[in-house]
Write a protein that binds this ligand. Structure first.
Ligand code: EPZ
Length: 423
């Protein structure tokens, strides 16, 4: 049941202090999906408390394995999965549910799912996933929103050239290929750090994978996988979000646990806007000027280029900067829904198709706004922290999908923020 809540933020407080990063949402979700391939217990450490993780655990339990939380870790049992379907309500709750497909087929030889849900960022087809699985010997029929998959005899390795370095498709192929007969070669694979983290987990379970993090990934199928202990990498998008919260208030702080290499495309953006960044023993420190300068041009692209997941977050920053910034969103065609909400806060943004021109204003003003998706919601929180006066942000269930205890972490930095239950 959806609990109606909102965030109340009084802007203008200069944020200072430390933020300890959560485990990466976009790494733990495919790792939880991968755990159904394992014959022994899996111990996933640094697993963030997110609604998406809860959905993954419900899917795992539905499939027949035990899954429970022990503090910051999730433990997946050594039971064999007994089912090959995922109920529609669970599929609709998040896009990442699709990543279970390859693993279910690998284990059960067949699967029945509906199309995945998740943030509406424009059309999000799964054609690349489907075409790759077909190349691995899976018969797939799609009727009335239901996808039925059946392996002719055994999943077999294949040479798969991706038309686009899709994160989800790369993960799905890897999960199907680790137990397939023969070798799979993925070219033009996604190179995100979360893909590397997934393969580190699988290799510790006995999988044979080389090239993760590069364009060509090679997987030699094995008979079975054991279990493993794995600590999930820090969340690079959460890091960028808190750096932005600190920067828009002219604050100073330290991101504990961040891996600077993972945000290499974003560090120059903060520096160009006038922030001072420094590596520290435990992460990265950021000190912001009283007023940020505009960053001229930001183009989202697959990793290691500027991440689409940081687009809305950095746009909120630029909305209160000195000068004009141009954004080009190349990954998703409908990822500008936050603009209308930022305009309610006095932002001066013009958007057409995939291009948005942001003319920074002296100061945003607090307003009643509504989150439209996960990162769009985070952008509103950042804008509200920099704005003059009070903001009320509704639809925050989107934010809870990707940020653990956002109000607690911001309060620790000195923010005036509260979560209000409306039910
Ligand atoms: C992952 O989504 C992330 N989600 C997204 O983060 C992120 O925005 C995205 O990668 C890009 O970096 C998770 O890891 C759980 P894609 P995914 O497949 O796998 C098109 C967040 O905010 N495409 O790389 O769905 C697709 O429509 C979320 O944390 C096809 O056309 O992304 C999109 O335009 C939001 N056909 C582009 O590729 C396909 O079969 C990138 O999609 C698959 C994808």
């Amino acid at each position: 049941m959806l609990i109606l809540e909102k965030l109340i933020i009084d802007g203008g407080t200069r944020l200072c202090g430390e933020v300890k990063l959560q485990g990466a949402k976009n790494s733990v979700l495919p790792i939880l999906a991968a755990s159904i391939l394992c014959d022994d217990e899996c111990y996933i450490d640094n697993c963030p408390r997110l609604s998406d993780c809860n959905v993954s655990m419900r899917i795992i339990r539905h499939l027949g394995k035990s899954a429970y939380r022990d503090g910051g870790s999730v433990i997946i049992g050594n039971e064999e999965i007994t089912k090959n379907d995922i109920p529609e309500d669970m599929m609709r709750e998040m896009r990442s549910s699709i990543t279970f497909l390859g693993a279910i087929i690998a284990k059960m030889g067949e699967a029945k799912i509906s199309l995945p849900g998740g943030c509406e960022l424009g059309p999000r087809p799964i054609d690349i996933h489907i075409s790759a699985l077909r190349q691995m010997g899976v018969d797939i029929s799609e009727n009335h929103g239901l996808i039925e998959c059946k392996v002719r005899d055994k999943l077999r390795g294949a040479v798969i050239a991706l038309p686009y370095p899709s994160v989800g498709a790369t993960e799905n192929i890897i999960l199907a290929a680790v137990l397939a007969k023969g070798t799979t070669i993925i070219s033009n694979a996604a190179k995100e750090p979360e893909i590397v983290d997934l393969t580190i987990f699988l290799r510790s379970c006995g999988a044979k994978i080389i090239g993760a993090g590069e364009s060509t990934v090679i997987i030699c199928g094995v008979e079975s996988l054991s279990g493993a202990y794995h600590k999930v990498i820090p969340d690079r998008i959460e890091a960028i979000s808190y750096m932005s919260a600190i920067a828009i208030t002219g604050g100073t702080g330290e991101l504990i646990g961040v891996v600077p290499e993972h945000i290499m495309a974003v560090i120059p953006i903060f520096e160009e806007s006038g922030c001072k960044l420094q590596s520290t023993d435990s992460g990265l420190s950021i000190t912001a000027p009283e007023r940020l300068g505009a960053v001229k041009y930001i183009r989202t692209m697959p990793y290691p280029a500027f991440p689409t997941d940081a687009q809305a977050i950095i746009m909120a920053l630029m909305a209160q900067s000195m000068g004009t910034s141009v954004f080009v969103e190349t990954v998703f065609s409908g990822r500008y829904k936050h603009i209308a909400e930022l305009q309610r806060m006095g932002a001066n943004i013009k958007a057409e198709d995939r291009v948005a021109v942001v003319s920074g204003v002296e100061r945003l003003s607090g307003a009643s706004v509504s989150a439209t998706d996960l990162r769009g919601g985070a952008a509103l929180v950042i804008a509200a922290l920099g704005a003059d006066g009070r903001s009320e942000i509704s639809n925050i269930h989107y934010i809870d999908r990707g940020y653990e205890n956002i109000e607690g972490k911001l309060k620790k930095l000195g923010a005036c923020i509260a979560r209000v239950n409306l039910t």
